[in-house]
Design a protein around this ligand. Structure first.
Ligand code: CA
Length: 254
């Protein structure tokens, strides 16, 4: 199964929308959804939790800046405004309302794609994990989270996580060493309207532990802080064990 980043395109002009959706799908690693109105955009943003949002300002039912504000109430997803408005005031307003970037129409496609990549890189680094910032990878013990390939490896072997499982591990990796509260995780994974009940989160975590832990009943990579949330370890769990002198990802057998 191929993993991808989800991009929400909010654009009412059919030709521009089709052009953007086509352009992004052609890249091959983006899962693209689109909305024509601000109302639909808010619904899609809430239910899909996209990784990047491209936002037109002139929408038929509301101004794009309202969408910006409502998404910002619950999400720090990168939002790139793509607009024909040229005034400095419009740009400043968008940025002050929480946009991460502003791209002028007519759209220069290579520039837009580059800005999307930058936005993704920045959001990946938001946990201030230097290893992720430098190598797009987080390594601890025998576990590697590859943020570029959307894969988790244990002892060099793909753990075959589903997209949601990957998202969850990737998020915890960004904040390794810190406890992420259940409510924060649920909001980031499933949006502001997701039920606060963490049953679905527990099911995902059970599956993840089955795939990445040697003994899922005694996890060594992702810990449960009872009643609070989950924490990814930031130090090698094998370090304290004398019977495993070398801890590194083994070379693949050829
Ligand atoms: Ca428009």
């Amino acid at each position: 199964m191929e993993f991808s980043c989800k991009i929400l395109v909010i654009e009412d002009d059919p030709a521009t929308r089709e052009m953007l959706v086509g352009l992004l799908e052609e890249v091959g690693k983006y899962d693209v959804i689109s909305a024509e109105t601000g109302k639909d955009a808010e619904i899609l943003a809430n239910s899909h939790c996209p990784d990047v949002i491209l936002l037109d300002l002139g929408l038929p039912d509301m101004d794009g800046s309202s969408v910006l504000q409502s998404v910002r109430e619950w999400s720090c997803v990168p939002i790139i405004v793509v607009s024909a408005r040229t005034s400095e005031a419009d740009k400043v307003n968008a940025l002050e309302n929480g946009a991460d970037d502003y791209v002028q129409k007519p759209i220069c496609t290579t520039e837009l794609l580059a800005r999307i990549r930058v936005a993704l890189r920045h959001s990946r680094n938001s946990g201030c994990n230097t290893s992720i910032a430098l190598n797009s990878c987080f390594k601890v013990g025998r576990l590697v989270i590859d943020y570029r390939k959307y894969r988790v490896f244990v002892d060099g072997v793909d753990a075959n996580l589903t997209q949601n499982e990957f998202k969850l591990v990737a998020l915890l990796g960004q904040y390794a060493g810190q406890v992420l509260p259940y409510e924060d995780i649920i909001r980031r994974m499933w949006g502001p309207n997701a039920p606060a009940d963490n049953q679905i989160l527990r099911v995902n975590m059970t599956n993840i532990r089955r795939k990445i832990e040697k003994d899922p009943a005694h996890p060594r990579y992702i810990f449960t802080e009872n009643g609070v949330g989950y924490r990814m370890t930031d130090h090698d769990p094998d370090d304290e064990q004398e019977d495993t002198p070398v801890c590194r990802i083994p070379e693949k057998a050829h």
